[in-house]
Design a binder for this molecule. Structure first.
Ligand code: UD1
Ligand code: MG
Length: 450
């Protein structure tokens, strides 16, 4: 059976107290809407439709970045969840299969759960995803009769007896396209909020003698985000799950609860992650590496056997080859570091290429920016860059070349050459002692002691 995903994301999210549309707030560095889309993507949907309203342009651009084939449909006025699905009629024109409705603010529904719903569709016209709520609060309540779901009552419209039900509506719903629209046609805004409720299609389907059931999942999957507190809770749910997955994959996390991961972080087995490491978006770390404490990585690739940190910062475009060493207080941006090369202390390497087995001394800086343009630094294989070298880009240092400590390198250094650019040293025997005596005398005079 082919599947179409409809993700409702038009609401304002007043309780977020934000200028940004709710569904674009991020969990693990990806908008919550992207998490919702990812859950559905695993079903290989034939069509993906996002219903947007508040912050339409921003939502559309975000969707395009993540899935250019998804359609974004506008719901200018938010008249309820049934109305939101209804605006997708044209976008679903000619589609014959089943429609799954997801909420953009409910990002953690798992693919397995959606598959369970699809399986239940075989014997039911409509399938709803429910969960046992520890605190049912204002969720819609599922009124069951055996395995049959009789109706969904919104909290505002529920009797005391119905409010006592703890089996709640997640919002996820599945029905054949034509059936869903037939049922939606019969929905009327006769309720406390004067909205078109998608939840009403359940009672309507039952009145027509159609079979309806509810599949149940863990409450953690249905976590709906309505406030910053929920967002923080969602972040924590994501991080806990992602860390557990890494541990299962054979990655050592010395203190898992201090490591922050992104939605797309990839780490190979037998890698050791020390405490307090932050993985921003787009990081891959190969097997058998060590990421030492307090390092910050984003948009970078770390190859097998490399060591990073403590206190290293790898920024977008940092590419570390196998067995490289990047030590404390080193920042690398948009630079490839060749196999076995070492940058161990206090350096900035940006817009650069460093060859194999090269040693970059402490305090080396690639001066890549002239205030207007960025320029590259090229360093060859087996080179030795002396401590505190300033490499004023564009500049190159050849294979097996050396620079003297403290040099400011403004011209290319050929292979095997030694480049020195610093004032010659002058040494005056005994002058230090004389100078010190002179200064002590001056101090005594100033203090009136002589
Ligand atoms: C909804 C359900 C409720 C369920 C709860 C789960 C209905 C009537 N109620 O209530 O049974 O327990 O979710 O979280 O469906 N949206 C639109 N356009 C609209 C209205 C809503 O796109 O016109 C989107 C919102 O952006 C949101 C989702 O639909 O992503 C749910 O809407 P919301 O207003 O949060 O519904 P709830 O009151 O939470
Ligand atoms: Mg809600």
């Amino acid at each position: 059976m082919s599947i179409a995903l409809v993700i409702l994301a038009a609401g304002k999210g007043t309780r977020m107290n934000s200028d940004q549309p709710k569904v674009l707030h991020q969990i693990a560095n990806a908008p919550m809407l992207v998490h919702a889309m990812q859950a559905g993507d695993a079903l290989n949907p034939e069509r993906t439709i996002i219903v947007a309203g508040h912050g339409f342009d921003e939502v559309r651009d975000t969707v395009a970045d993540y899935n250019p084939e998804a359609q974004v449909v506008s719901q200018a006025e938010q008249n309820g969840t049934a109305h939101a699905v209804n605006v997708c009629r044209d976008a679903l024109d000619g589609f014959e299969g089943d429609v799954i409705v997801l909420f953009g603010d409910t990002p953690f529904v798992s693919t397995e759960t959606l598959e369970k719903m699809i399986a239940a569709r075989a014997d039911n016209a409509v399938v709803v995803l429910g969960f046992e709520a520890a605190d049912p609060g204002k969720y819609g309540r599922l009124v069951m009769s055996g395995d049959s779901l009789e109706k969904i009552v919104e909290f505002a419209d529920a009797t005391d007896q119905e409010r006592a039900i703890t089996f709640c509506n997640s919002g996820v719903m599945l029905a054949k396209r034509d059936q869903m629209f037939d049922l939606i046609d019969a929905v009327a805004p006769q309720n406390a909020q004067g909205e078109y409720y998608l939840t009403d299609i359940v009672g309507i389907a039952r009145a027509r003698g159609l079979a309806v059931t509810a599949v149940s999942c863990d409450e953690a999957e249905t976590l709906g985000i309505n406030s910053r507190a929920h967002l923080a809770q969602a972040e924590s749910v994501f991080q806990t799950r992602a860390r557990a997955e890494l541990l299962d994959l054979g990655v050592t996390l010395q203190q898992p609860e201090t490591v922050m991961l992104s939605f797309d972080t990839i780490i190979g087995r037998d890698t050791v992650i020390e405490p307090n490491v932050y993985f921003g978006p787009d990081v891959t770390v190969e097997s058998g590496t060590r990421i030492r404490a307090f390092s910050h990585l984003e948009g970078c690739h770390v190859s097998r056997g490399a060591t990073v940190g403590p206190y290293a910062r790898l920024r977008p475009g940092a590419e570390l080859a196998e067995h490289t060493h990047v030590g404390n207080f080193v920042e690398i941006k948009n630079a490839e570091i060749g196999e076995g090369s070492k940058i161990n202390h206090l350096s900035y390497i940006g817009d650069a290429t460093v060859g194999r087995a090269t040693n970059i001394g402490a305090g080396t800086i690639t001066c890549n920016y002239d205030g207007v343009m960025k320029h590259r630094t090229e360093i060859g294989n087996n080179a030795f860059i002396g401590s505190n070298t300033m490499l004023v880009a564009p500049v190159s240092v050849g294979d097996e070349a050396m620079t003297g400590s403290g040099s400011v390198i403004t011209k290319d250094v050929p292979d095997a050459a030694l480049a020195l650019s610093r004032a010659d040293q002058v040494t005056k025997p005994g002058l230090a002692r004389k100078l010190r005596e002179l200064l002590k005398m001056k101090k005594k005079k100033r203090d009136g002691e002589v």
